[in-house]
Design a protein. Sequence first.
Length: 100
Amino acid sequence: FDLLGMNVIMPTAMVTMHQDPQLSQGSRRTAERGIRVLQRLRDFDAVQKNAQAIQAVALEESTNDSNDKLIQYWSAFFEKWGYQEQQRNDIAEAMKKVMA
């Protein structure tokens, strides 16, 4: 799942970070493609669990299990890339689309 998730997270974050409208639009298209792939796979348990963990991390929501390995993994990923509030909100919205 890691690569599939990153193919949504990273371009979604870049949409608002790019100064060039063409680069921003390219990131938007890449993110939308990634979302469509994950939507087709959403019935798999791993996709649901990772999408929920990503959304929780993006929204900085506490979970019942603070030792959850997925929360830890995605928290470290978000921290590594330094996603700010706008990017986190956009990522949470993308995961909402995946789980819809």
